[in-house]
Design a protein around this ligand. Structure first.
Ligand SMILES: Cc1cc2nc3c(=O)[nH]c(=O)nc-3n(C[C@H](O)[C@H](O)[C@H](O)COP(=O)(O)OP(=O)(O)OC[C@H]3O[C@@H](n4cnc5c(N)ncnc54)[C@H](O)[C@@H]3O)c2cc1C
Length: 316
């Protein structure tokens, strides 16, 4: 079977941007949407930081526009989710057993935010509950917010929010943080941040009305004696980590200890055992444990498409 010159795995900001650039370069890309068409931005509401829009836009709308642009430029779209990959043989297997052959591949499978598993996370998602302070912090200017977690992400999110919110309560289930010492010191010394150790969030309190509702507080439970207390906050930021969607590529591509793809420094080139995997690129959150923004994902998607084009040209 004739291989596709370029397959793009994922239909988030990285995948769609890669598709726009690749299609305009005449590469006839096939974009496989996966089981979350449009990616993470489809599970949020207001987006205020994607360049080009003075007014607040909606995440799902932005992703519809990106995919429509990719199609308009000539991208072929496949409704499939990949369940197996053989990077040596350059093949992917879809949910229904279909095999896709490729000459070059852009992996843009993103990452999934980890949640606590509370019912209220669904009820108040986008209405007080968030997994991204950089994305949603500005909606809580001069309000009381809480952050849950104990690693670097939680400490960084608390510090970021302290510049915007009135107060930040940092809730951690243990009696000490895992994050870097220097961040711990900054958090402990910040006048706007209060730390509650040895507690978990037992319940998110609020008004569930879909339009006028929102979070009003949290019920916390002690991990030492099970006692409970309530705090008043309007925003809850869950910062317990992300899981990059890379299980498919384990042992075939270099990943860091948390599963993110390690690209060669300053590029989107993937490697295996330190050697470049020619024609295989990674873009967006799947290869970015630090910035994790739609605009950075889009930028990496552009880089990956330009590099795929160069790679395909080098084959002639
Ligand atoms: C609640 C929330 C709010 C946010 N708000 C903002 C914001 O306001 N501004 C901002 O800039 N960023 C925001 N972000 C971050 C932003 O959504 C991400 O940085 C961005 O979506 C990353 O894009 P991506 O293309 O790398 O990956 P993703 O958006 O994660 O997309 C991954 C894609 O890969 C596909 N996929 C996964 N596995 C497979 C597979 N096996 N086979 C085929 N396809 C697969 C999925 O279906 C999906 O389409 C927010 C994130 C969250 C969770």
């Amino acid at each position: 079977m004739k291989p596709h010159p370029l397959i793009i795995l994922g239909s988030g900001a990285a995948g769609c941007t890669a598709a726009i650039y690749a299609a305009r370069a005449g590469l006839k890309p096939l974009l496989i949407r996966g089981n979350q068409p449009g990616g993470q931005l489809t599970i949020t509401t207001d987006v205020e930081n994607y360049p080009g829009f003075a007014a607040t836009i909606q995440g799902p709308w932005l992703m519809e526009q990106m995919e429509a642009q990719a199609k308009h430029c000539g991208t072929e779209i496949a409704e499939d989710h990949i369940v197996a990959a053989n990077l040596k043989a350059k093949t992917l297997t879809g949910m229904n057993g279909q095999t896709y052959h490729f000459q070059s591949l852009i992996i843009a499978t993103g990452a999934t935010a980890k949640w606590l598993g509370l019912e209220g996370e669904k009820t108040y998602n986008g209405k007080g509950v968030s997994a991204c302070a950089t994305c949603d912090g500005a909606f809580y200017r001069n309000q009381n917010v809480a952050v849950v977690g104990g690693g670097n992400t939680a400490l960084e999110e608390a510090l970021y929010l302290a510049n915007i919110a009135k107060t930040v309560t940092l809730i951690h289930r243990r009696d000490a943080f895992r994050g870097e010492k220097v961040l711990q010191e900054r958090v402990k010394n910040h006048p706007k941040i209060t730390i509650i150790y040895n507690h978990t969030v037992a319940e998110i309190l609020g008004n569930p009305h879909p339009i006028t509702g929102g979070v009003t507080g949290l019920k916390l439970q002690s991990t030492t004696d099970n006692s409970t207390q309530e705090i008043k906050v309007h925003g809850l930021f869950i910062a317990i980590g992300h899981a990059p969607n890379t299980t498919l590529f384990k042992n075939q591509i270099d990943l860091d200890e948390t599963g993110y793809i390690i690209a060669q420094k300053g590029t989107v080139q993937t490697t295996h055992q330190g050697q470049p995997l020619k024609g295989i690129f990674a873009a967006g959150d799947v290869a970015d444990p630090i910035y994790r923004q739609a605009v950075t994902a889009a930028g990496m998607g552009c880089m990956a498409a330009l590099d795929a084009n160069r790679y395909l040209e080098s084959l002639h």
